[in-house]
Design a protein around this ligand. Sequence first.
Ligand code: ADP
Length: 532
Amino acid sequence: MNLFSISSIILAFSGIIFSLIIYRTDRENKVNKAWFFSCISLGLWALGLSGVTLSDSADSAFWWQCLLDVSAIFLPFLSLLFFFELFNIKATIIRRLGLLLAVCFSLFSFSPLFKVGMTLHYGLQWVNPGPYYILFPIYFLAYGVISVALLIAYYVKADKKSILKYQIRNILFGSTIAYVAGATNFFPQFFSTYPYGNYFVIFYIVFMVYGVIRYKALSAKVISAQIFSMALSIVSLFNLLKSNGMTDWLLNMLILALVGVFSIFLVNSVNREVKAREKIEKLAKDLETANVRLTELDRQKSEFVSFATHQLRAPLTAMKGYASMILDGDMGKLADEARLGVSRIYDSAQTLTNIVDDYLNITRIELGTMKYAFETIDWRTLIEDILGELKPNIERSKLAFSFHVQDENMDYRITADRDKFKQVIANLIDNSMKYTPQGSVALSLSFDRARRKFVFMIKDTGIGIAPEVLPHLFAKWSRAGNANKTNIKGTGLGLFVAKEIITAHHGEIRAESAGEGKGSTFVVEMEPFGKM
Ligand code: ADP
């Protein structure tokens, strides 16, 4: 076995196997199919060449030469078809003429006008050309010129940085090298020169493989596994061909069979793994797209709610204002029954205002448009103001209300957004009344010297909070089962908003309860303003 036949065998196998790999990825793809056929003809040509160069007798070499000639005649035609498919060129007449020419030329290649027989050149069997053998290189050259012209024309036309441009460049490099190298096989018969060029025909395949891998049409992992198993199979095949005697042959045959089975397992498992990974990657991508869409939808929803609630707020303020004026007697004396009705209107408008405020705050939090106007305020005064405003409700609730300030002389100044902070405290006090059917609500404000924190507590004797509910109490839409029974109207948004606002104030808010029916305590802690 000489280097020449070894390189031909490698070429034959890589051509055939790689064309199969490409074909298997997408059998319907016309470009794949066309490339498959051109690779097969290249592989058969190389197989013929290795057969010729390995033959001992001129007779067997002649038949290998016939395979070589026919596949060589089809090769440039099939390559042109591949370019046609790649560039989407129909050219039906040219295709048919090309096929007709290839068939006729193939038939002609068997005649003694084409090849007379085989003779030895450089220790290898080589074709003995007939008088019209010269047509062969002319045919080859003609196809070469047409193909290169076509490739260059489309290369110039292709978009910059497009995959097609890159592919054409690869094909141009690969096929030019292959054509020039393959043409050196004519040298022995015409110029008595050794056909060194044959070693380089493999570049056609190398360039194509590189191009395919680079664009991930096939995973590099799959190709590596296939090339690895192919190389193993070729080595085992060589061993089989070189076997001396029956036992050696049987052993090598067994090895080849094992390598074959191993290769199939290897390639299949790598294939499966790559496919699974691709599937996961695709799913992740889909998920990402869906997520982006959902986020956008969520934003639109928040914007809509914000707009709608804004529109609700103005009429509510008017309702509350007029109801309050009527109750204060600004519009004349009111009969007791009418007073009850108007005060219900006032309460309902107030409840609705709170709900609308919660929704507005939620959407502002979600849209990230919540703005704070921080200033120095006195916490104690703020609580007293709220208690003043809630007086009618407190009186109506019949609960024992108390507010204890630890140090009457202390300055309970903090940095806060007055309105938002007031809304939180008012909401907590309101909750303590809502969820305490009877008993007491005790408010206290103190200073924890050790931790340098003002501590505000609201302790009620109400329905309490079950231990399993406590950890989720400050989440959006969180409402305990017992709350539903006591107060149907709640939204489960107040505490969520409270937590957001207090956190933005660098403060802390938490709830404590010994369990259902055992009352609750809500605690808000804030840093004092200035040195204490
Ligand atoms: P809402 O009161 O509108 O339902 P909140 O966010 O203000 O919404 O409160 C969330 C839940 O926390 C309430 O539904 C209730 O289950 C519980 N909760 C709040 N305050 C108290 C309290 N003082 N006593 C018992 N449970 C409370």
